[in-house]
Design a protein around this ligand. Structure first.
Ligand SMILES: Cc1cc2nc3c(=O)[nH]c(=O)nc-3n(C[C@H](O)[C@H](O)[C@H](O)COP(=O)(O)OP(=O)(O)OC[C@H]3O[C@@H](n4cnc5c(N)ncnc54)[C@H](O)[C@@H]3O)c2cc1C
Length: 513
């Protein structure tokens, strides 16, 4: 079997990346080892950048339909509608001056369902029960060995992307370095039934860790612990009732009799990141590229934004042989994940038991009442103003250049009404016709949309397919047309560079389906 791009893993990142590639004219093949999507409720939502990325593709109404229930679940679970840093629930999730830059609360399985339906509409199949077990690459291609229900086969691809989660076989097989810090904290939790619910003391922090539970009168509910020692060397098997009971004993000093256990889970706070996200023709995205504790709920947002950043760049390599945009993938995304790892390590430290850490935690909690600190932490967790350094940046560039653009309104029209197909967009100012003239040679690749923007600081914007502002101008200065040309050539090649035709129809599936 041959395919232009082989995506390994149909988690949220693989699904979104496949859709982005398809919109950009590539027909990827997605393989997934599981027979069915998992119903495991990991992430319960995503931040404003991933929300905007999906709204740009016309999925806003579907997200909104889930948000209310997801937010109610979040409020019920945390007793607060504020975001948290190290479980200090004080963070205002939406910037006061940009109320449209909202989170979406949606359980991960529901998000995967939504992305899966979209992918099916785009005609991209997901081959389930297909597990990658080996790979090798040469200068022109990558060959993967895939185990399927009907036997083993070889798949040759122009590129292969590991979207295969934190334990990423692709990362290991391709030889990516994955440096970082060992786990410092371990959380164990499960749905349990207890024979003696009265034996369990109230939840809360102790000198040895913390105990959490939401048990009803008959002893049914969630029971969990967080500890900062006793991290088992052997974590291959699932969490057992005995391991959970021993942890409760260490933390709370009581013996509990667990008679039934469901959805047992250990969560550790390794913080590791691939040194680079591309080795030859193999790339990484999502948890495959970075792992960290779930504190602050940042992993899904981070991984989805990898997919959004990578999709159109990889497509430029596949369709035009233009590797320039792809060469910026690691440079743009690595620092964003490094900052997330950094803040999750700080959260682990703040969660540690003992009087010294508690004193620090008290002070951080007081600082969070200062609006500027609150906004700083909100930006740290959610990053709506994440700014990439672009290859042609100069100090005089508009403030928005390198940042993700929120939806913009002009008359009865909006920016995001022009982005569903994944094309780059240039909003051309009505007062400066020279912008549209300068961009005309790229008109087959970039949508030119005349827009009278009603903003005092912005009159024209060039938007990359991932929503990043590549160039902008304001009403009070003449537009920098030379800089516009740099931006166009950097991201969308010289005018007239040929694109390969849209890829042929779906390749044959390995097992003939
Ligand atoms: C308990 C918990 C709570 C969390 N809470 C949050 C939260 O509140 N907010 C948040 O943003 N994030 C949270 N996260 C993190 C979030 O769930 C992940 O960041 C997200 O799942 C990453 O998506 P992914 O597509 O990169 O990887 P995954 O979702 O792990 O998907 C990888 C896929 O690859 C497949 N695969 C693996 N190996 C192979 C192979 N060899 N061949 C074929 N397929 C393969 C797997 O079966 C899987 O389907 C949480 C995580 C956990 C564990």
């Amino acid at each position: 079997m041959e395919t232009e791009v082989l995506l390994v893993g149909a988690g949220p990142v693989g699904l979104l990346l496949a859709a982005e590639l398809r919109l950009a004219g590539v027909r990827p093949t997605v393989i997934e080892r599981l027979a069915q999507p998992t119903r495991e409720q990991k992430a319960r939502g995503m931040g404003s950048l991933a929300t905007e990325a999906l709204r740009r593709r016309g999925l806003g109404a579907q997200l909104a339909a889930h948000h209310e229930r997801g937010f109610a679940d979040f409020r019920a679970a945390h007793g607060s509608d504020k975001g948290h840093f190290a479980w200090l629930h004080k963070i205002d999730l939406v910037p006061a001056d940009e109320p449209e830059r909202t989170y979406t609360f949606i359980w991960q399985p529901e998000l995967e369902q939504l992305l899966g339906r979209w992918l099916a509409e785009l005609g991209v199949p997901v081959l389930r029960e297909h597990e990658l077990t080996a790979l090798r690459q040469d200068p022109d291609s990558v060959t993967a060995t895939v185990h399927t229900p009907t036997g083993r086969c070889q798949v040759t691809a122009g590129y292969l992307v590991g979207c295969d989660g934190g334990r990423s076989p692709v990362r290991k097989l391709a030889g990516f370095e994955f440096p970082g810090t060992e786990p410092f904290m371990i959380m164990r939790a499960a749905q349990v039934e207890l024979a003696d619910p009265d034996a369990v003391p109230p939840p809360g922090q102790r000198d040895t860790g913390s105990l959490m539970h939401s048990l009803d009168g008959s002893g049914v509910g969630i029971l969990g612990t967080t500890e900062f020692s006793a991290i088992p060397e052997d974590r291959g098997g699932p969490l057992t009732p005995e391991e959970l009971a021993a942890s409760v004993r260490r933390v709370a000093g009581v013996d509990v009799a667990i008679t039934a256990i469901r959805e047992p889970r250990r969560v550790l706070d390794h913080a590791r990141q691939a040194e680079r996200y591309q080795l030859g023709r193999v790339l990484l995205a999502g948890d495959a590229a970075h792992v960290h504790s779930p504190n602050g709920g940042q992993g899904l947002n981070l991984g989805l934004m990898d997919a959004v950043n990578l999709g159109w760049k990889l497509a430029a390599s596949v369709r035009r042989g233009d590797d320039g945009p792809l060469g910026t993938y690691t440079a743009e995304r690595h620092p964003v994940a490094a900052a997330v790892l950094h803040n999750t390590r700080a959260q682990s430290a703040l969660l540690s038991p003992g009087p010294h850490h508690q004193a620090l935690r008290d002070i951080v909690s007081e600082l969070m009442d200062i609006p500027a600190v609150n906004a700083y932490l909100a930006e740290l967790l959610n990053g709506p103003h994440t700014r990439y350094r672009l290859p042609y940046n100069k100090p005089a560039d508009h403030d928005l250049v390198g940042q993700h653009c929120p939806d913009l309104v002009f008359g009865a029209d909006r920016l995001y009404q022009h982005t569903a197909e994944g094309d780059p967009v240039l909003l051309t100012p009505t007062h400066a016709p020279e912008v549209a003239q300068a961009a005309a040679p790229w008109a087959s690749r970039v949508q030119l949309v005349p827009a009278g923007l009603a903003r005092h600081d912005l009159s024209g914007v060039l938007l990359r397919p991932d929503g990043v502002v590549a160039w902008a101008c304001g009403p009070d200065h003449p537009p920098d047309l030379e800089q516009l040309g740099h931006a166009m050539r950097t991201w969308f090649a010289a005018p007239g560079a040929p694109d390969s035709p849209d890829s042929p129809d779906d390749p044959d599936c390995p097992d003939g389906r």
